[in-house]
Design a protein around this ligand. Structure first.
Ligand SMILES: *[C@@H]1O[C@H](CO)[C@@H](O)[C@H](O)[C@H]1NC(C)=O
Ligand SMILES: *[C@@H]1O[C@H](CO)[C@@H](O)[C@H](O)[C@H]1NC(C)=O
Ligand SMILES: *[C@@H]1O[C@H](CO)[C@@H](O)[C@H](O)[C@H]1NC(C)=O
Ligand SMILES: *[C@@H]1O[C@H](CO)[C@@H](O)[C@H](O)[C@H]1NC(C)=O
Ligand SMILES: *[C@@H]1O[C@H](CO)[C@@H](O)[C@H](O)[C@H]1NC(C)=O
Ligand SMILES: *[C@@H]1O[C@H](CO)[C@@H](O)[C@H](O)[C@H]1NC(C)=O
Ligand SMILES: *[C@@H]1O[C@H](CO)[C@@H](O)[C@H](O)[C@H]1NC(C)=O
Ligand SMILES: *[C@@H]1O[C@H](CO)[C@@H](O)[C@H](O)[C@H]1NC(C)=O
Ligand SMILES: *[C@@H]1O[C@H](CO)[C@@H](O)[C@H](O)[C@H]1NC(C)=O
Ligand SMILES: *[C@@H]1O[C@H](CO)[C@@H](O)[C@H](O)[C@H]1NC(C)=O
Ligand SMILES: *[C@@H]1O[C@H](CO)[C@@H](O)[C@H](O)[C@H]1NC(C)=O
Ligand SMILES: *[C@@H]1O[C@H](CO)[C@@H](O)[C@H](O)[C@H]1NC(C)=O
Length: 503
C-alpha cells in the first residue's frame, strides 16, 4: 500500500491521492494494485543511434527449400499478379447465369422442428458418457482418430470455397492496386505513413497464402484471378472501400463455415478468416472509424457475399469456374452517412457515394470546412487512428433511411455474365442483419422502387445496439424469424440487398 522509497511531500500527496482514488471507471469501486502508489519515472535520454549492438548465441539456418524434406509448398500466385488491366467490361459474355444442377428439388426449404437428437443438457457438471481416453470427454466430431482430409466434401463446400477464392483474389489485387495507383504523398496526405503502406502490402501477401490454401482445397478447377473495376479515386476512398470489401468477405465466411460438410476445411478457413478480420479492423482504423463497434461479427449467406462482390469483377479468363449463388438486385441507401463528415447528418442524398454499386465508398472530396479527415479535434476528427470517438454518430436508432432499389434482370459480375434475380413478392420490410440479430422494420413505399424506413433500436444484449457497424440490409416480402444458423432461409424472400454504414 505505502511506498517504501524515500517519501517526499509530493510523493506522499500522490500516495494519499492513490489511497482514495478518483473513480476512473464508474461503478468499479475499491480498485487496489501494488503499482497504484509508484510514481512514474521521468523519461530519460532516448537512443539516437541504432547500429550493431550485442551479438547473441545463434547458428546459421534457413527454411528448407526445393525438394528438401520439410520445404514449404509454393504459393499459387506471386505477391503482385499479372491482372493489371482494370475498368469496366464492355464485351458480350459467352455464357450467362449461375451454375445450375439438372434438377432443382424445391423452391424453398420447409422449416422443421429442432433435430430430435438436440437434447443434451448437463444439470450437475458431471460427465454423462464413458470417456474415450483420459482427460478427454466423449463427443465432438472428427475426434475419433480418422486422418483429416483438407478438401471440399460436397457441392455446398465446393461452391462456398470457390466463392471464398473469388474474394481472396480481389483482395490480393485491390490491396496492391491502391499501393500502385496512389503515391506515397497521396497516402501521407490521407494521414497514412510509409509504415501503413507496408502493412497494406503485407496484407496483400497474406492473400496469396489464402488464395493458395483455398485453391488446394478445391483442386484443378479452382478459379484464377480476374480483372476488377474499382470505385475509388482517393486514398481515403480506397481504405473505406476496403473496410467494406473485407466486411462482407469476412461475414460471408462466418455465414457458411459451420455448415461445411468438411470440418477440416472449416478448420483452416477459420484460421484464415481470423486474419481477414484483422485486416477489416485495420482498414477501419485507416478510415478513422471506431475499430470494433460491435460485440459480435455477423454472418451472411453466400448469395449475399456474391451479390456484394460481383459488381467489382469486370471479367474472368475463359473457362473460369462459375458460381451457383444468386445475385440479388441492388438496394441503395440514398442518405448513407458520409464517414468523412464531422457532421454525418449533413450528408446529401446519393451524391456522396462515389457510385451506385452497393459497396461503393463515401465521397472524400467534400469541402475542407465540412470534412473531419484533417481535424485534429478529439471526438470530431476522423483521420487514421487506433480509435476514434465520434460525438455525432454516422447513424442512430430512429434515423429515417431513404431507399431505392433496382429491378431484377440486370447483368452483373464477370463479363456481365450473371443476372440479378429475386423470387420475393412485393417488398414490405427492411431486414437489418448485424451481430447475432435479424431485425425487421416496416418499409413505407413511396414510389415504384423507392421507400423509407427508420433505423431500429434493437439490442443484442442490454447495452449493445445491434446496428453499430458496417452492416447489411435487405428488402423482404415477409418478416419471418431466422437466427444466425439458418439465415440463408431468408433468401427466397429477399427482393434487394444493400450495405448500411451504421456507427
Ligand atoms: C534454396 O536456398 C538456397 C540458399 O538460400 C538458394 O541458393 C537456392 O536457390 C534455393 N533453392 C531453391 C530451389 O529455391
Ligand atoms: C446433366 O445433364 C447433362 C446434359 O443432359 C448431362 O451431360 C449430365 O451428366 C447431367 N448431370 C447430372 C449430374 O445428372
Ligand atoms: C469417425 O468420425 C467420422 C465423423 O467425424 C465418421 O465419419 C467416421 O465414420 C468415424 N469413424 C469410425 C471408425 O467410427
Ligand atoms: C477448362 O476447364 C476444364 C476443367 O478445369 C479443363 O479440363 C479444360 O481443359 C479447360 N479448357 C480450357 C480450354 O482451358
Ligand atoms: C470474359 O472476358 C474475357 C476477356 O475478354 C474473355 O477472355 C473470357 O473468355 C470471357 N468469359 C466469358 C464467360 O465470356
Ligand atoms: C442529427 O439529427 C438528429 C435527429 O434529427 C438530431 O437529434 C441530432 O441533434 C443531429 N445532430 C446534430 C449535430 O445536429
Ligand atoms: C445513383 O442513383 C440515384 C438515383 O437513381 C441518382 O440520383 C444518382 O445520381 C446515382 N449516383 C451515381 C453516382 O450514379
Ligand atoms: C494534434 O493535437 C495534439 C494536441 O493538441 C498535438 O499534440 C498533436 O501534435 C497534433 N497532431 C497533429 C497531426 O497536428
Ligand atoms: C466517447 O464516446 C462515448 C459514447 O460512445 C462517450 O460516453 C465518451 O464520453 C466519449 N469519450 C471521449 C473521450 O470523447
Ligand atoms: C410506376 O410504374 C408505372 C408503370 O410502369 C408508371 O405508370 C408510374 O408512373 C410509376 N410511378 C412512379 C411514382 O414512378
Ligand atoms: C438478438 O440476439 C440475441 C442472441 O441471439 C437474442 O437473445 C435476442 O433475442 C435477439 N434480439 C432480437 C431483437 O432479435
Ligand atoms: C457504437 O459505435 C461507436 C463507434 O462508431 C462507439 O463509440 C460506441 O461505443 C458504440 N456504442 C455502443 C453502445 O456499443
Amino acid at each position: 500500500m505505502y511506498s517504501k522509497t524515500i517519501i517526499t511531500t509530493s510523493a506522499l500527496l500522490a500516495g494519499l491521492a492513490a489511497a482514495v482514488p478518483a473513480p476512473q471507471v464508474p461503478g468499479y469501486t475499491g480498485p487496489n494494485a501494488p503499482y497504484g502508489t509508484t510514481s512514474p519515472t521521468p523519461l530519460g535520454t532516448l537512443a539516437t543511434s541504432f547500429g550493431l549492438d550485442s551479438a547473441v548465441s545463434a547458428v546459421p539456418t534457413a527454411p528448407p527449400n526445393g525438394t528438401a524434406s520439410g520445404a514449404a509448398p509454393p504459393r499459387r500466385s506471386s505477391d503482385v499478379t499479372g491482372a493489371t488491366s482494370h475498368g469496366p467490361y464492355s464485351g458480350v459474355p459467352t455464357t450467362t447465369g449461375a451454375v445450375k444442377a439438372n434438377q432443382t428439388l424445391m423452391q424453398t426449404i420447409p422449416a422443421l422442428p429442432p433435430n430430435p437428437t438436440a437434447t443434451y443438457y448437463n444439470t450437475n457438471g458431471q460427465l454423462t458418457h464413458a470417456q474415450p481416453i483420459p482427460y478427454t470427454p466423449y463427443g465432438g466430431l472428427g475426434t475419433n482418430g480418422s486422418e483429416p482430409r483438407y478438401m471440399v466434401e460436397s457441392d455446398f463446400d465446393y461452391e462456398s470455397i470457390t466463392l471464398g477464392l473469388y474474394q481472396e483474389w480481389i483482395e490480393l489485387d485491390c490491396f496492391n492496386n491502391g499501393l500502385a495507383t496512389f503515391s506515397e504523398q497521396d497516402f501521407i496526405d490521407a494521414g497514412l505513413t510509409a509504415e501503413d503502406r507496408a502493412l497494406i502490402a503485407f496484407m496483400a501477401v497474406q492473400e496469396t497464402g489464402h488464395a493458395t490454401l483455398l485453391t488446394n482445397m478445391l483442386g484443378e478447377t479452382a478459379p484464377p484471378q480476374c480483372t476488377y473495376n474499382y470505385p475509388y479515386s482517393t486514398v481515403r476512398e480506397f481504405v473505406d472501400f476496403n473496410q467494406i470489401l473485407t466486411r462482407f468477405g469476412e461475414s460471408g465466411v462466418w455465414g457458411f463455415i459451420n455448415h461445411l460438410d468438411s470440418r477440416e476445411v472449416g478448420q483452416l478457413l477459420a484460421q484464415s478468416i481470423a486474419t481477414e478480420a484483422r485486416q477489416q479492423m485495420a482498414f477501419r482504423q485507416m478510415s478513422g472509424l471506431f475499430p470494433m463497434p460491435v460485440w459480435f461479427e455477423t454472418g451472411i449467406p453466400q448469395s449475399w457475399a456474391w451479390t456484394f462482390l460481383a459488381p467489382y469483377i469486370s471479367s474472368c479468363p475463359q473457362n473460369t469456374t462459375r458460381l451457383a449463388w444468386q445475385n440479388f438486385p441492388a438496394l441503395h441507401v440514398a442518405n448513407q452517412a458520409n464517414i468523412n463528415r464531422f457532421s454525418p447528418n449533413d450528408t446529401a442524398d446519393y451524391v456522396e457515394r462515389v457510385g451506385n454499386r452497393t459497396s461503393d465508398p463515401a465521397v472524400s472530396t467534400i469541402p475542407d470546412d465540412q470534412s473531419c479527415i484533417h481535424l485534429n479535434v478529439s471526438g470530431v476528427g476522423c483521420g487514421p487512428a487506433i480509435s476514434r470517438n465520434r460525438s455525432e454518430p454516422l447513424s442512430f436508432p430512429g434515423k429515417q433511411i431513404r431507399l431505392s432499389w433496382d429491378a431484377p434482370g440486370q447483368a452483373v459480375g464477370p463479363n456481365n455474365s450473371y443476372i440479378t434475380a429475386t423470387s420475393a413478392g412485393a417488398p414490405q420490410f427492411v431486414a437489418w442483419v448485424s451481430q447475432l440479430n435479424l431485425t425487421y422494420t416496416p418499409l413505407t413505399v413511396t414510389g415504384n422502387n423507392s421507400g423509407y424506413t427508420y433505423q431500429p433500436a434493437s439490442e443484442v444484449y442490454k447495452g449493445d445496439p445491434a446496428s453499430n457497424d458496417t452492416m447489411f440490409i435487405a428488402l423482404t416480402d415477409s418478416d419471418l424469424f431466422f437466427t444466425p444458423f439458418n439465415l440463408s432461409m431468408i433468401n427466397p424472400h429477399v427482393a434487394a440487398l444493400g450495405i448500411f454504414q451504421a456507427g
